[in-house]
Design a protein around this ligand. Structure first.
Ligand SMILES: NC(=O)c1ccc[n+]([C@@H]2O[C@H](COP(=O)([O-])OP(=O)(O)OC[C@H]3O[C@@H](n4cnc5c(N)ncnc54)[C@H](OP(=O)(O)O)[C@@H]3O)[C@@H](O)[C@H]2O)c1
Length: 349
């Protein structure tokens, strides 16, 4: 499996296709997606645009969480992904999240789908040690890969040690912590000292740990930067990054599920209230009924701040002009202040 991948969550439409094409032309050979992301057709298009053949790219996709309800739906989920990707196999097929439930049954089915040749390898995502141990103690084969939120600021030593002990590859989703920690830790200082970006350092750290980072970017310059090549982190620098681990979690809906009790997810579909699924908003545009994305929340927050500024600047501008006008016309500042107060009351009402 290639060690660096492109995350494709959000790489939709023309811009998404171009980003995928840019990444492939630059040398990315692993692309992560999910039926849920609705980017599988963009990946197929991006591959055509880049002139890259199917067997030159390692494709990883995930079971739709709702499909865990029945084996037939799991099979249909994979078939739909294969159609979207324009292929008859994927290189890695994974369970998106333990919260989807019926894990023993669905995992056994994934092993069967691998036997049938519809996927070459099988894995899981957002699984913690208790859930992995649950599979093992049920006498089931362990996954080849666990895709989980691991980055400089959330290193999950207990999970990665278990992976190392059991031969499970650590695939790092959100390896940049969705950009939320950039400029907020010693990594910023390190990047400045090294003349590199923090993203490059974060990704290089993952690579040197032996992990498989899958950063997402729609921006061609960043896609190239995120390859993080042409330099190495010295042992002392790796140790300095090791000290950044604060447990910061950027995927606040998906990541906490690594701690869901095994008994809750092994044979049944857990009540969404156990993982916060009852808090979900009315759709995020993807149509599969997930909560709002962080980008949407950030955008909404910016809009609120802008509206607030507009309202207050507007309210203060009127009174200011009134004082200026009265002073210029020679009526004096007292009358001006009175006029300003009147304008303020009118505008605020
Ligand atoms: N299994 C799961 O449950 C799960 C959950 C989340 C994610 N994932 C997978 O992991 C992939 C990556 O995760 P993610 O997208 O959530 O987070 P991420 O890769 O950590 O960060 C992506 C964010 O960082 C920005 N960014 C990218 N490169 C940058 C750079 N060099 N400098 C500054 N900012 C940069 C991106 O903006 P621009 O696009 O504007 O550059 C985007 O806002 C996803 O696409 C998906 O494939 C899986």
């Amino acid at each position: 499996m290639p060690q660096l991948g492109l995350g494709s969550g959000g790489l939709e439409g023309k811009e998404g296709r171009e980003a995928i094409c840019t990444a492939l032309r630059a040398g990315y050979r692993l692309i992560d997606t999910a039926l849920f992301y609705r980017t599988e057709t963009e990946i197929a298009a991006g591959m055509r645009m880049a002139g890259v053949k199917r067997d030159e790219v390692f494709l990883c996709t995930k079971v739709l969480q709702k499909a865990h309800a029945a084996d037939a739906q799991v099979r249909d989920s994979l078939k739909e992904s294969l159609r979207n990707l324009g292929t008859n196999y994927v290189d890695l097929y994974i369970i998106h999240n333990p919260r989807a439930g019926r894990i023993k049954e669905v995992w056994s089915l994934l092993l069967k789908l691998r036997e049938e040749g519809l996927c070459k390898a099988v894995g899981v995502s957002n699984f913690g040690v208790a859930q992995l141990e649950g599979l093992r103690q049920a006498g089931l084969e362990l996954p080849e890969v666990n895709q989980i939120e691991v980055h400089c600021w959330r290193q999950l030593p207990e999970v990665t040690a278990y992976h190392a002990q059991r031969g499970i590859a650590t695939m790092c989703m959100a390896p940049l912590a969705r950009g939320r920690m950039l400029g907020r830790s010693d990594l910023a200082k390190m990047a400045e000292e090294m003349g590199r970006t923090e993203a490059e350092l974060a990704i290089r750290w993952s690579l040197q740990q032996g992990y498989i980072p899958i950063p997402k970017s729609i921006n061609s310059e960043r896609i190239l930067l995120n390859m993080a090549d042409g330099f190495d982190l010295a042992e002392s620098q790796m140790e300095r990054i090791q000290r950044l681990n604060s447990g910061f979690m950027s995927c606040t809906m998906a990541s906490p599920c690594y701690e869901l009790p095994w008994e809750l997810v092994a044979d049944n579909i857990p009540d969404p209230a156990t993982w916060g699924g009852d808090r979900k908003s009315k759709g995020n545009g993807k149509g599969h009924g997930k909560g709002k994305s962080y980008q949407q929340k950030d955008a909404e927050h910016s809009i609120v701040v802008l509206e607030w500024l507009k309202a207050y600047v507007g309210r203060l501008l009127g009174p200011f002009c009134a004082v200026l006008l009265y002073s210029l016309l020679g009526y004096g500042p007292v009358l001006g202040v009175l006029a300003a107060a009147t304008a303020m009351v009118t505008l605020t009402a």
